[in-house]
Design a protein around this ligand. Structure first.
Ligand code: C5P
Length: 226
C-alpha cells in the first residue's frame, strides 16, 4: 500500500495567510483560509506521518496535532520553518505567504494627515524556494494559484514555477471567477512533477488532501528508491 511510505515520516507543512504589520494595529494580509494546509496536515497524520503544521492566522479551530506552531508574519514563518526543516523528509508549502512587507513598521499607531499615503514595501524571503535550494533538501511540494483561463496556461505557469523553485511537485489551481481556491471549501488541482501530472477534479479540500497525499506518497517513495 502506497501510504505506507509515509508512516513515521517527519513532514513540515505551512498553511494560511501571513500578516505583515504596518503599525501595532494595522497589517497587510490576504484571503487565504488555511483550509488546504490544515486538510493536508490531517490527511498526512491519518497516513501515519509525524506532521508539524506552521500556520498564519486563520479562523479554523486549532488542529489536533502534537506539533502546531502559530505564526504571524512571513519572517516568523520563515524562522519557524528553518528551525525544523533539517529534520523533515517532506516539506509542503500551502501557505499564502505575503511577497512583501512594510519596509519599516511603525512602533506606535499611525496618525492620518495627508490626502494620499505611499507605502514602502520590502520583498519577503521565498520560504519554499530557500528550502528547495538547500544542500540536502526534503521532498518539496508547492502550490500555485494563478489567474489564467485555460488549463494549458495553468500547466505552463506551474511548470515554470516548479523548475524555478526546484520543486519535486507543484499543485496548481486557477483563481478568480468561480474557479475555486481561496476562501472556499472545494477546489480542483492540477498536480505536476518531473515527467508526469495528474488532474484532481473539483472536490472538497478534505477529499483533495487525501488524493494529494497519495500522489505525494508515490512520488516520495520513488525519489528515495533511486
Ligand atoms: O511564487 P508563488 O508565491 O506563486 O509561489 C507559491 C508557492 O511558494 C506556495 O507553495 C507558497 O507557499 C510558497 N511561497 C513561500 N514563501 C513565499 C512565497 C511563496 O513559501 N514568500
Amino acid at each position: 500500500e502506497v501510504l505506507a511510505a509515509l508512516r513515521g515520516l517527519p513532514v513540515l507543512i505551512t498553511a494560511g495567510p501571513t500578516r505583515e504589520a504596518l503599525d501595532p494595529v494595522r497589517c497587510l494580509t490576504n484571503h487565504s483560509s488555511g483550509k488546504m494546509g490544515y486538510a493536508l496536515a490531517q490527511a498526512l497524520t491519518a497516513a501515519g506521518a509525524e506532521v508539524t503544521l506552521i500556520a498564519g492566522p486563520t479562523a479554523l479551530p486549532r488542529p489536533a496535532l502534537d506539533q502546531f506552531v502559530a505564526v504571524e508574519s512571513a519572517l516568523d514563518m520563515y524562522a519557524q520553518v528553518l528551525a525544523r526543516v533539517a529534520e523533515c523528509a517532506i516539506f509542503i508549502a500551502a501557505a499564502a505567504v505575503a511577497d512583501y512587507r512594510p519596509a519599516s513598521p511603525l512602533p506606535t499607531k499611525f496618525k492620518k494627515h495627508t490626502a494620499d499615503l505611499t507605502l514602502h514595501l520590502t520583498r519577503n524571503p521565498d520560504i519554499l524556494a530557500d528550502v528547495a535550494a538547500r544542500i540536502a533538501p526534503p521532498f518539496t511540494v508547492g502550490f500555485a494559484a494563478e489567474t489564467v483561463t485555460t488549463v494549458e496556461e495553468l500547466a505552463d505557469l506551474a511548470t515554470a514555477k516548479r523548475l524555478n523553485k526546484r520543486l519535486n511537485m507543484i499543485a496548481a489551481n486557477r483563481v478568480g471567477g468561480d474557479s475555486g481556491g481561496f476562501e472556499r471549501d472545494d477546489n480542483a488541482l492540477l498536480v505536476l512533477w518531473d515527467g508526469g501530472n495528474h488532474h484532481l477534479p473539483l472536490q472538497s479540500k478534505t477529499q483533495l488532501a487525501a488524493a494529494l497525499t497519495i500522489l505525494i506518497a508515490e512520488r516520495y517513495a520513488l525519489s528515495t528508491a533511486s
